[in-house]
Design a protein around this ligand. Structure first.
Ligand code: PLP
Length: 393
């Protein structure tokens, strides 16, 4: 067949490869853990959002396995048609309680939770104030809603208020921010955002994907971290990161959760989390409620890693959480750095445009409670060696 209609894809892919922005996806032939097996080699893993090491924890595995014996695997259809299964309700009640929220609803993923929530709350005549570095799922949720999107400067409450004062023609308004920014590891000034939201009577929504199980007392998230329990209307979260499983959640005001059960499109038109996912997430809540040991280890590992990189002369940007970017700027350099780390036995991905702005390529180090102090030491030695070789430090 002599067709040219898809030639543009090959041209685009060629351009990505030339500019160092082509994603090479590694195949992991082992459980997701501190060490993973790739092409028959064991590598020290700093790519996963497996903050607490629960992705392969025996208790999480066991919970998933036992639930299959009791309830099977699939939910059958969307919950509004096939009915909702007991484990889903149990998880939502436990999560609401854990997060001290009025209610909670789960979705298939954090991405879906944003796609469900934003268009259900705002539409054509409404205004969204969105941090300029918000996650792609928030951006897509905003676009789907057809509301007017006003971007404010990253983590800048003064700019947010200025933008609010500039817009006078609207029906409803919402402020949306990531809690922990996934590429920089900095934390939104949620207390300041809450003050502004209250002053102007605007709905406040935070996406705490990277704060869930990481920030706050016992990993209760960013709202707990700032003590803002009755002052943030919507807390979106994910169970694909610290919880080690997959699934999204929205915790917050009871009327918003009830509305999402009626009008959240991914809830109405896509099947629920599977039973083993749900049971595994419930067990993650049990573990978080029982002990802070894993969270303490995560923060101690992250602190040691950040300090070590800083002492060697690496630029770790604005990081204040277990997400640590090693800023390199140039995308081909970041890819080369990641490749050399890989050859030396450390798996840490280069991140470039469009995930981060042009010229801000980096290696993103994701810490985990699964790492031992020896793992951290070994990784730091490797970063030092590669950094010297590529003349970054
Ligand atoms: C801020 C934010 N929201 C949502 C998501 C999506 O989460 P999930 O993997 O559960 O779809 C992510 C994941 O990277 C994220 O960082």
């Amino acid at each position: 067949m002599n067709s040219t209609k898809l030639d543009w894809i090959n041209e685009e892919i060629g351009a990505l490869k030339e500019s160092g922005l082509y994603n090479t996806i590694r195949t992991i032939d082992s459980p997701m853990d501190a060490w993973v097996k790739i092409n028959g080699r064991s590598l020290l893993n700093f790519c996963a959002n497996n903050y607490l090491g629960l992705a392969n924890h025996p208790r999480i595995r066991q919970a998933a396995q036992s639930s299959i014996d009791q309830y099977g695997v699939g939910p059958g259809a969307v919950r509004t048609i096939a009915g909702t299964m007991t484990p889903h309700i149990a998880l939502e009640e436990r999560l609401a309680n854990f997060k001290q929220a009025e209610a909670c609803i789960t979705f298939q993923s954090g991405f879906m939770a944003n796609l469900a929530t934003i268009p259900a709350l705002v539409g054509r005549d409404d205004i969204i104030f969105s941090d300029e570095l918000n996650h792609a799922s928030i951006i897509d949720g905003c676009r789907l809603s057809r509301a007017k999107i006003v971007r404010y400067a990253h983590n800048d409450a003064t700019d947010l208020e200025k933008q609010i004062n500039n817009v006078t023609d609207y029906r409803r308004r919402i402020i949306i921010s990531d809690g922990v920014f996934s590429m920089d590891g900095d934390i939104a000034p949620l207390d300041e955002l809450a003050d502004i939201a209250e002053r102007h009577d605007i709905i406040l929504m935070v996406d705490d994907a990277h704060g869930e199980g990481v920030l706050g007392r016992g990993g209760r998230g960013i709202v707990d971290h700032f003590g803002l329990h009755d002052r943030v209307d919507i807390e979106v979260g994910t169970m694909s990161k610290a919880f080690g499983v997959v699934g999204g959640m929205v915790a917050g005001r009871a009327e918003i959760v009830e509305w999402l059960r009626q009008r959240g499109r991914p809830f109405l038109f896509s099947s629920a989390m599977t039973v083993p996912d749900t049971a595994a997430c419930l067990e993650a809540v049990n573990m978080l409620e029982e002990s802070t040991e894993l969270i303490d280890r995560l923060w101690s590992n992250a602190q040691g890693f950040r300090q070590g990189l800083g002492q060697m002369g690496f630029d770790t940007g604005r990081s204040e959480t277990p997400i640590i970017p090693v800023m390199l700027g140039d995308a081909p350099l970041a890819q080369k750095f990641s490749q050399r780390l890989f050859e030396e036995g450390v798996f840490a991905m280069a991140i470039g445009f469009p995930t981060v702005p042009q010229g801000k390529a980096r290696i993103r180090v994701m810490n985990s409670a699964a790492h031992t102090p020896q793992d951290i030491e070994l990784a730091l030695e490797t970063f030092h060696r590669v950094g010297k070789e590529l003349m970054v430090i």
